[in-house]
Structures are given as structure tokens and as C-alpha cells.
Design a protein around this ligand. Structure first.
Ligand code: SF4
Length: 61
């Protein structure tokens, strides 16, 4: 699995960070940063992509 974030779409809600804090971090600039673009644990990352309010996260299986 590979995950990417479109920071133009991110509104900094932090939902992804709550679900997968090892993978996503909302930085001081208010947008998400991907800490692991090939995550060890894919399930919370899939959930985060589904729950992102602006569909800013893309997952390739
Ligand atoms: S859930 Fe979406 S909008 Fe919220 S911080 Fe993560 S990427 Fe950004």
C-alpha cells in the first residue's frame, strides 16, 4: 500500500491523525504530513482515507 495526501485539499481536521498517528501528522501550518508513505498497518490508513472530509488522502493498494 502507498498513501499520498493532497495538501491543497486538506482542511486540517485531524481525523486521519487520530486514526493513524504513526502515519499522519497535522503540522503547525494546519495541513497533513504523511510520515510513512508505505504504512506497516494499512487498515487505519484505509479508514482515514474513507473518513477524510475533503477526500484529500489517496491510497494505492
Ligand atoms: S482527515 Fe483529511 S482534511 Fe483532515 S487532516 Fe487528514 S487529510 Fe486533512
Amino acid at each position: 500500500m502507498r498513501v499520498t495526501a493532497d495538501r491543497e485539499l486538506c482542511v486540517g481536521s485531524g481525523a486521519c491523525e487520530m486514526l493513524a498517528p504513526d502515519v499522519f501528522e497535522v503540522d503547525d501550518d494546519g495541513t497533513v504530513h504523511v510520515l510513512q508513505d508505505e504504512p506497516d498497518d494499512p487498515d487505519p490508513v484505509r479508514q482515514a482515507a474513507q473518513q477524510c472530509p475533503t477526500r484529500a488522502l489517496s491510497v494505492e493498494e
